[in-house]
Design a protein around this ligand. Structure first.
Ligand code: COA
Length: 317
């Protein structure tokens, strides 16, 4: 038994912030941001929350799968930017969409969160505890970004993506997973919790070069591991849907894997880095654009704060 993605959905805030807009906030330029990151614009929440964006993405994923909220068994929201510690965003989503019988909880593995959520749903469902799940990545990073720090504020955006997964006997669905964490490098990408102390630094801090090195070294190895575990070769893979952090990172990974860059779709120029939401949002866009074909072998892979990283392989249905 395995699980398959039976529906996808996403939700982006309406407000667009361009690189030109950022030029008004920090000393930077559209050219610098495009060249170093590939990003042209990102979405910024205005009133939307992690829970509201996640709920909209879930409703769209359910509609895409032709399923009802009241039949959902499990809701997993991956997020590192919830508005509230309690209740968790997943329980808020449960209430908004009316998924009364679902078990709901959040998990935080930063930009790898959606992948870790998929592996969690896979484990629950193949163990026989549940038959289906909504797995969501949702972020409002704009509220934890320091808008005076040009090293980070140019990178991030807000949004949510969701998939509805269910048990299947195959041949479609998930084949292999690989995951890892390296807590010893946690300080490379960090953010403190909000407190009552106005002096407290509550914004994202990043050593960009270290993150870049980590991603370009670790992600190719992790993808190879997931592909090996699936008893496939890299040549069998039709699409690599990677975490959208930086086009240079994606190009480096493609080169190291000796795979044509055309196998690596991107939406980063339009939406920036939305942490846990990047992979499900891109997957939904590909699905709705008719770019996913039955039988295609797809790799999903993410990396981020923790440090954390993961990859999985699936056959599209
Ligand atoms: N606009 C203009 N100049 C900028 C800038 C900006 N937004 N941000 C930094 N700079 C400057 C630096 O101050 C530095 O100037 P100096 O040479 O005078 O000191 C110069 O550009 C180079 O900075 P550096 O940090 O070495 O640039 P870089 O080539 O490493 O690019 C990143 C910076 C952030 C784009 C790059 O490191 C990166 O993409 N890292 C990965 C980040 C990431 O993906 N994080 C999320 C992971 S989930």
């Amino acid at each position: 038994m395995t699980i398959k993605i039976a529906g996808t959905g996403s939700a982006l805030p309406n407000k667009i912030m361009t690189n030109k807009d950022l030029e008004q906030l920090v000393e930077t330029s559209d050219e610098w941001i495009r060249e170093r990151t590939g990003i042209c614009e990102r979405r910024i929440a205005q009133g939307d929350t992690v829970a509201s964006l996640a709920a909209t993405a879930c409703e769209r994923a359910l509609a895409n799968a032709g399923k009802k909220a009241e039949d959902v068994d499990l809701i997993l929201v991956a997020t590192c930017s919830p508005e509230q510690l309690l209740p968790c965003a997943a329980c808020q989503v449960q209430s908004i969409i009316g998924a009364q019988k679902a078990v709901a909880f959040d998990l935080n593995a930063a930009c790898s969160g959606f992948l870790f959520g998929l592996a969690t749903a896979y484990s629950y469902i193949t163990a026989g505890l549940y038959k289906n799940a909504l797995v969501v990545g949702s972020e409002v990073l704009s509220k934890i970004v320091d808008w005076t720090d040009r090293g980070t504020c140019i990178l991030f955006g807000d949004g949510a993506g969701a998939v509805y997964v269910e048990a299947t006997e195959g041949p479609e669905g998930f084949i292999g997973f690989a995951q890892g964490s390296d807590g010893s490098k946690g300080s490379v990408l960090s953010c403190n919790e909000r407190t009552d102390n106005p002096e407290e630094d509550i914004y994202v801090h990043m050593d960009g070069r270290e993150v870049y090195k980590f991603a370009t070294r670790q992600v190719p190895k992790c993808i190879v591991e997931a592909v090996d575990r699936s008893q496939l070769s890299l040549e069998d893979i039709d699409l690599f849907v990677l975490h959208q952090a930086n086009t240079r990172i994606i190009e480096s990974i493609a080169k190291q894997l000796k795979q044509d860059i055309s196998k690596f779709p991107v939406n980063l120029p339009r939406v920036g880095n939305m942490s846990s939401a990047t992979i499900p949002v891109l997957l939904d866009e590909l699905n709705r654009d008719g770019k996913l074909q039955k039988g295609q072998k797809i790799v999903l892979s993410g990396f981020g704060a923790g440090l954390t990283y993961g990859a999985c392989v699936l056959t599209w249905q």
